[in-house]
Ligand binder design. Sequence first.
Ligand code: NDP
Length: 456
Amino acid sequence: MTTPTTLLILGASGDLTSRLLLPAIAQLLQQQPERELILRGAGSDDWSAERWQKAIHDAFATVHAEDQVHRVDGSTYVQADVTDRAALSALVEGVDGGLVLYFALPPAVTAAACEVLLDVTLPTGTVLALEKPFGKDEHTAAELNELVTRIVPENQVFRVDHFLGRSTVLNIMGVRFANRLVEPVWSADHVESVLVRYDESLALENRARYYDKAGALVDMIQSHLLQVLAILAMEQPADLDEIDLRDAMAAALRATRIWEDDPRGSTRRARYTAGTSGDRPVPAYTDEDGVDPSRNTETLAEITCEVQTARWAGVPFTLRSGKALAGRRAEIVVTFRRVRHLPGGFTGLPTDGGVLRFTLGPDRIDLELNVNGGDDPFALRRETLSTPLGEGTLLAYTEVLSEILDGDVALSVRADAAEQCWRIIQPAIDAWRADEVVLEEYPAGSLGPADWATSA
Ligand code: NDP
């Protein structure tokens, strides 16, 4: 039997809670019959007990876990302003056992609630789970870190990056470290370039309130894709625990900079115009409800970085993500250098020495090799060894929640790493704000701006 933990979601009437957290709770309960969880919600909306129960039921149904609803039968929802000290105190009063405070709130409200928490007595061992974006630049991230660690110690702070709960991202470590075929060639001596791409066909989907202030660079690259870069580029940790793994990831991020320190030459941005997605018309981004065109928010961003270590210097790591593109394409592509010498006599000479590709959702690994042995035994051609890794039975948020409830912070973003991610992209933010990088356009449903397609 595990000790019951109270999971108190602040901002429980919001989108994150109903769309991601509640389904993850359902899956977690389904997967862990012994798990005892007390679920409480608080938010500014005036929800009745029935409305909250319906939100739980509907969310559990999305993962076919209606049979688990009874395990959170006593769950309560309280209307409260969580930036009010008395209200916040009342919410945590009487909690017996472990407490996880999940901030499913707009970032400014999270910061205000943390200020107030300084004066609230919390049960020993309370875990704080904070959502991205963590701050809005390196300075504000550092301020928030300082504030948060005055409330609880760092090893009780969970900065959520649900990409780190994705099985494919974790699989990178297995493939990298457990194979003689891969581990010794994981360096600039053998790798020519690395691409981390997260292209979505989805457009704005009514998320202007958040997205129009963030854009693709902050929404995806500053957080998720830089965490993926850290896993790809880190030195091998002695252990996959909270100290060794997070030390290794943070060291990789500290060594990362925009390529040649030149955001004008090493970053690109674009915004979608009207188009179609499948057979559905998509309005121009600037015509979407809630968008302020004068913000010049990009819906497609790309930055190329260098990891300035002996292992990686000189290898471009390109991170790219966008919305309203032709199709969903989420992948990590490691391209190996051409071999130093190929015996004369071969034809169809390859342009690279092979490619290792991780595809996210459905998860797959492809190893593209140069082989001969076709009709003409001297002609080289490309063949791919593939293995599907399955759809992944658990949602990324289920992994994340499981780690939070177990107090295992190994795959949460450490304070310094969160600040580094802002430091890395800050030159791009500044150059884009100063209009030093042109904001290109692409029709919704296309591959992106025409001259990006080849390198994409
Ligand atoms: P929403 O705006 O949908 O939800 C936030 C909730 O917090 C709303 O119900 C809001 O109520 C409530 N709230 C605001 N101020 C207070 C307050 N003072 N006291 C109590 N409740 C308050 O945002 P999301 O759920 O989309 O996002 C929450 C966080 O999660 C953000 O940091 C976001 O960046 C992050 N995130 C969201 C993802 C998503 O897909 N939604 C994905 C990854 C991260 P009201 O509406 O009445 O103001």
